[in-house]
Every structure is written in C-alpha cells, then in structure tokens.
Design a protein around this ligand. Structure first.
Ligand code: CTP
Ligand code: MG
Length: 397
C-alpha cells in the first residue's frame, strides 16, 4: 500500500556561485556543527513524525564517501527513518528525477529539499506534508513554502532593459521543501525530459503539467546558501555552550609496560600493568573528553578484554576520541592534568609531557597545564604500588 511520506535531500550540485569563497568545495559539503551541511536539513526532516524515509542525492564521484559519512552519522545520532542513497545528475531537475527513482513503492508523497537550505525547521516539514494531505481531495497536487516579496520585481531582457513589472502583491519567493504526490511528480519529470523543459524548482513542472500548486507561508530563516556573503550565516549559529569533563585513572606497578605519560616514554624501573600501553595520563584525559560529550568512558569504548587493544598506543585511542569530539562539534579550550606518583620523579619529564599533550590536542601551550605530585608516602601511590592521574577538560559545544 502506498501510504508513506519520504523526503529527497538534494546534495549533488557544484555550488559554482560560491566556489571561490569555499576553495572549490561544494557548499552542501561545508562542515557545520561537526557534520557536512547536508546533514542539518536531513535531521530537521527526519524529526517530523510524518516522514518515513529519506533519499540522499550525492554527486556521482562522491557518493561512496558521502554514504559512508551518512551511515556513520546515523549510527552516532540516529535519524530514526529509513535511508536510501543515489547519484545526482547534471541539472537539479535530473538529480530530483534520480531521487524519485530511488523511492520505495510504498511512498505516496515526497518532499523535495535543497540541502543548501540548512536552517529548515521540522515544523515547516510537518505543516507542508499535512497541508498536502488535507488539500489533495480538493485537487491540490503540490504544496510549497513561499514569502511575500518586499522588493519590486522587474522582468528584464538580455540587455537588462525592463520589459515588465509584475504586481508585487501577487508574487511569492518560494523555498523548499516542496511536497507532491510521488506518482504525479514522477509523471511531471518524465514529461519534462520528453519535452525538454528546463526549470529551477519542482512546482514549475507541476504548473506546466496543468496541476494546481498551493503556496503556504514559508520561513524567513529558511534561506538558501547561494552566494559568498551567505556563508556569514553559518557563523551566526547558536551560541556555543561551555562544558567541563573530569577523568581519573589508576595503573598498578608490577606489570611489563614501560612507563608512558602523555604519549612520552618516561622509562625507569617502574613497569605498569595494563592491557593497552598503560598511559594513565592519556586515559584520564580521554575520560575527561568523553565526559564533555556525556559519551561514556574508555572502558566502554576500548574494552580491556578485546585483543585489538592489546598493547595499543594510547595516542591512537586518543585520536579516536578526538574524532568523536570533532564530530559532536566539541572544541577543547583548556586541559589541566595531574599525575600522582611517589616515584619516579616526573619533574624532568614535565615539559616534554606538556608539549606533547598540547601537540596531540592541537592546543596552545598556555592552555595545557601539567602537574605532578606525591601523596607524601601515603596510600597506594606512597607504597609504590602504582600511580594515578586526574584530568579536567574545559570545552565549548
Ligand atoms: N543540486 C543537485 N544536483 C544538481 C544541481 C543542484 O542536487 N545537478 C542541488 C544542490 O546541491 C542544492 C540544490 O540543488 O542543494 C539547489 O541548487 P543550487 O542552490 O543552484 O546549488 P548548486 O547548483 O550547487 O549551486 P550553483 O548553482 O551556484 O552551482
Ligand atoms: Mg544550481
């Protein structure tokens, strides 16, 4: 039975109007909040209770790479809807046609959206799909969001000479998503192909096919990133929120791992017992970073019964944790690290440890503090049974 509503996320354009400003990168692939721009509107769409699935349309030469990223993002922050991926075509309307071909048979209506409009709201998606559902019986075959124009619009010829002035009150600047019955939109695209129509939105095809399309109130914030100056809008996103993470770790002496701290070999007579390389300082640091993300701990991420992590360098594990942090849009600001050990004496290594941690985290040196202390011969560190480390990380997100 055809009863589902799907979205098509168009992300196969070249972004030629702002290629210079982005260094050649297509605008929908710009990184924003730790993910490519196309991910933002996908999330807004998928959050609507009326949406069952999404088809992503990527450039043919980037499809595999983009699909990998999509699956990874979906694993980390599930969209909660079904997903399909296909390749775009030369023109926008070709990409839409490919997207329509990738829809499942159960799809009854489809919202076509430009991923270059990342500020789409879920409320608009729901309002569009709901309006089509209600208006279908009265013969409406498409619902699109539009805004009244404030400028007077002129029609001009090739030499920029004014040929006419449409009545402003009758004009609407239209946006995406645009929603249609899937079969009707498919027919319109097939006809466009046969008859050589060239359009900039899907509603145009429906109009040219003689079908009625309704404009509802769009959202002023639902702008399309098109020209270089629009990039500024990506900077005016939500304010960053500060957060802190705390990490604590202990390793016993009496093992077989030479002592590493902050990725620096400290050496000496005390060998550490550990599954990984036993870098107690990087372990505390990773837990503190995961604390900022509220994403569990390293024991959970890198189980100590997994042979894959046997004697693994903690620098490699840290790299993975930093990848998660970047993906979540976390920006580290400052770390304060302390190792508690009676022996060995750490002062001779302090500078190297601090510099190495700053390098690993890509932080300025004056935002990495490293301290070492003893417990005055008390407790297990005092009895030379092991050592511990604590880390405090502050960050914004
Ligand atoms: N699009 C697409 N396939 C194409 C052309 C465009 O999927 N062959 C998508 C774009 O990725 C964008 C949306 O359609 O999300 C709207 O197109 P537009 O704003 O024109 O983007 P580009 O075509 O990428 O930019 P430009 O016209 O400046 O090259
Ligand atoms: Mg274009």
């Amino acid at each position: 039975m055809q009863n589902e509503c799907w979205g098509i996320i168009l992300a196969a354009g070249q972004g030629s109007r702002m290629a210079e400003a982005t260094g050649g990168e297509a605008k929908q692939f710009l990184r924003w909040k730790g993910a490519p721009l196309w991910w933002q509107s996908a999330r807004a769409m998928a959050a609507s209770p009326l949406i069952h699935g999404l088809v992503f349309v990527f450039p043919p030469d980037r499809k595999a790479e983009a699909e990998d990223e999509l699956r990874r993002l979906d694993r980390a922050h599930s969209l909660g809807v079904r997903i399909a991926v296909t390749e775009g075509g030369a023109r926008r309307q070709d990409s839409v046609r490919h997207g329509l071909d990738a829809l499942p048979d159960v799809c009854a209506s489809v919202l076509v959206h430009d991923s270059a409009r990342p500020f789409l709201s879920t409320a608009l998606v729901t309002r569009l799909a709901d309006t089509l559902r209600q208006a279908l019986p009265s013969g409406i075959m498409g619902v699109i969001p539009g805004l009244a124009v404030t400028d007077t619009i002129k029609q001009v010829d090739g030499a920029a000479r004014v040929t006419s002035t449409p009545v402003r009150a009758q004009l609407r600047a239209v946006q995406t998503p645009q929603v249609f019955p899937a079969d009707a939109l498919r027919d319109a695209h097939e006809r466009a192909l046969r008859e050589g129509w060239d359009v900039t939105d899907d509603a145009s095809l429906m109009e040219q096919s003689g079908l009625s399309v309704l404009v509802i109130e769009g959202a002023p914030s639902n702008i399309k990133i098109t020209n270089p100056q629009d990039l500024a809008m990506l900077n005016e996103s939500k304010p960053l929120l500060p957060c802190c993470g705390y990490g604590y770790d202990v390793h016993a002496y009496g093992g077989d791992r030479p002592l590493m701290l902050g990725g620096v070999p400290v050496g000496g007579e005390f060998l550490v017992r550990a599954h990984s390389d036993g870098d107690v300082l990087l372990h505390a640091l990773m837990d503190a970073i995961l604390g900022c993300l509220a994403a569990g701990d390293i024991g959970h991420l890198f189980p100590d019964n997994d042979p894959k992590f046997e004697n693994i360098s903690s620098v490699v594990l840290l790299d993975h944790v930093l990848g998660l942090a970047a993906e979540a849009g976390l920006r580290l600001c400052h770390v304060d690290l302390t190792v508690i050990a009676q022996k060995p004496k750490l002062a001779p290594h302090a500078d190297a440890i601090r510099r190495n941690v700053a390098r690993l985290l890509d932080l300025p040196l004056d935002h990495v503090a490293f301290k070492a202390t003893t417990e005055e011969k008390l407790g297990f560190t005092g009895e030379l049974k092991g050592l511990k480390a604590v880390a405090l990380v502050s960050a914004v997100r």
